[in-house]
Design a protein around this ligand. Structure first.
Ligand SMILES: [Zn+2]
Length: 137
């Protein structure tokens, strides 16, 4: 069993933008995810600064994220953090087709697979260890 404690995060840039749909001030917290000495990937957590509106959205990018990497060497999963719990979101099919730098994983690519347990432990590590997310605990 993989516990979330075995993953470490490093907080990176905090970006302030406006939501595309409602223009609310939106915080995008960037970070790195690692396990021991191994770099695993990057994440962003996007949420409304005032705490209202859309649930926080976590996007986790795993694998080889260097410029020269191929699409099949990196993966990304989107997770919505609703009051009732976390849920993997499908990608918009149009957006999915235009993504060249990584393979977008949908809900069915994660849920019920051998990867799921490790994946949720990574998400828990982000939630538990990133100080910018303490407000949601
Ligand atoms: Zn909005």
């Amino acid at each position: 069993m993989t516990a979330w404690m075995s993953f470490d995060i490093a907080e990176a840039e905090t970006e302030y933008t406006h939501c595309d749909c409602c223009r609310a001030v939106t915080v995008r917290a960037h970070g790195d995810l690692s396990e021991g000495q191994s770099f695993l990937g990057l994440y962003t957590v996007t949420f409304a600064e005032n705490g209202d509106g859309h649930p926080p959205l976590i996007i986790l990018f795993l694998g080889d994220l260097t410029e020269t990497a191929k699409r099949e060497d990196a993966w990304a999963v989107r997770v919505e953090w609703r009051p009732e719990g976390l849920g993997v979101l499908d990608w918009d099919p149009t957006a999915k087709a235009s993504i060249a730098k990584f393979t977008p994983l949908d809900r069915c690519d994660v849920i019920g697979t051998p990867f799921a347990e490790r994946f949720w432990a990574m998400i828990d590590a982000i939630i538990m260890k990133d100080s910018r997310l303490k407000r949601f605990h």
